[in-house]
Write a protein that binds this ligand. Structure first.
Ligand code: FAD
Length: 353
């Protein structure tokens, strides 16, 4: 019998595991492998937003340089194919290798926590005293029980699906492809296309690779991805041979009631709770923040932790709600055109020839 079982050691789960008191008996189950070429890796842009950077300051953590990706880019080219407009906006992201970043966060977890790597949680059942959890570690099946269960298992959370049922939060298929970067100048981009995309697509240059991705409706997602690639060739995108294709679900909360904080001694943190911006798909800062809030609640051994966690995450939910409104404006072709046309915040590139 464990006090706490954490499912998933991405930014949310690793942060919670690091911050929980040593008085608890804790098990953490994560399907990631250390090997870059094997097993599950989170498809991600690997851009640390100013809010994520702020959380690292609060945690008194400094990033090891081997986690940084090359180059660091300070602007994003924003392209709207419908109005044929291109703008350059300043962004102060830190470009990191997402897999190395996750492994670094995992390396900070104290030794008292029992970590099951390369392990997949496949079933959760509520019991009188807590939860029974079934997982497979290197092909071997085990069942454990825990008083509290934490879903830090991302967009397709088994904890959320068990407690709330499927499809509680609107979702898209996110597809990313990796190419050798043959562009003369590495760049970030954000792409809007009213025919193919309901939200946006993006590209990122990272360590000699050009990563192109987007969030697509669940139906015909691959077909639409290829259509968009074709369309972008005329905007100067050079794709070349595909090195790797990755796909996963990505959540896009659309209303306040979409968020799921957990109930009956189950808790959801990070993207599993729906804590991700539907306007930029930035989620690492919310993963950090919700994990920190939950650690404070559980460490204080308060009598109604679910209620406390829900009330303490109100500021996160309100903040993401402002992003829901921002998304409604950005994804409206007419309003977007007006904003881009205004030229506000646009930085013109100087032609040095
Ligand atoms: C394509 C894409 C690009 C993105 N780009 C950015 C970006 O540039 N910047 C940014 O801030 N955010 C970005 N996001 C959002 C960001 O990736 C997430 O919000 C963030 O990773 C959430 O962290 P998390 O710890 O909650 O979940 P995750 O990072 O998804 O971690 C979940 C963990 O749970 C484990 N897991 C899942 N299911 C199980 C199971 N059944 N059993 C055991 N383990 C399990 C996985 O191994 C994983 O390690 C992007 C998302 C997508 C899809």
């Amino acid at each position: 019998m464990y006090d706490i079982a954490i499912i998933g050691l991405g930014p949310a789960g690793s942060t919670l595991a690091r911050m929980l008191d040593k008085k608890f008996k804790i098990i953490a189950i994560d399907k990631k492998t250390e090997d870059e070429n094997k097993g599950f890796q989170k498809p991600c842009g690997g851009l640390l937003s100013p809010d994520a950077q702020k959380m690292l300051i609060q945690f008194n953590l400094t990033l090891p340089v081997n986690i940084l990706s090359n180059p660091q880019i300070f602007g994003v080219k924003t392209i709207d194919t419908g109005s044929n407009l291109l703008r350059n906006y300043q962004r102060t992201y830190v470009n990191v290798d997402r897999h190395k970043f996750d492994l670094w966060l995992k390396s900070l977890i104290p030794e008292n926590i029992e970590i099951k790597n390369n392990s997949f949680c496949r079933n959760i059942r509520k019991t009188e005293n807590g939860y029974l959890l079934n997982f497979v570690e290197n092909g071997k099946e085990s069942t454990i029980s825990a008083k509290y269960i934490i879903g830090a298992d991302g967009a397709n959370s088994i904890v959320r699906n068990t407690v709330y049922g499927k499809n509680k939060i609107p979702q898209y298929t996110s597809i990313q492809q990796w190419f050798r970067d043959i562009n003369p100048n590495p760049f970030y981009s954000c792409i809007f296309d009213r025919d193919i995309l309901k939200t946006c697509a993006w590209s990122i240059s990272k360590d000699g690779y050009f990563i192109f991705g987007g969030a697509f409706g669940l139906e015909k997602s691959r077909e639409n991805f290829e259509k968009l690639k074709e369309k972008l060739k005329k905007y100067g995108f050079n794709f070349g041979d595909v090195i790797k294709t990755e796909a996963c679900l990505v959540l896009a909360p659309k209303k306040f009631s979409n968020f799921c904080c957990g109930k009956d001694n189950s808790f959801l943190i990070g993207e599993a709770a729906g804590f991700i911006s539907p306007s930029s798909y930035e989620g690492i800062s919310y993963a950090f923040d919700s994990a920190y809030i939950l650690s404070k609640v559980l460490n204080s051994e308060i009598s109604s932790p679910n209620q406390k966690y829900k009330s303490k995450t109100l500021k996160i939910r309100l903040k993401i709600f402002t992003k829901i409104i921002k998304a409604k404006i950005l994804y409206n072709p007419f309003l977007r055109k007006m904003i881009m046309k205004s030229g506000i915040s646009n930085i013109n590139i100087i032609d040095e020839k």
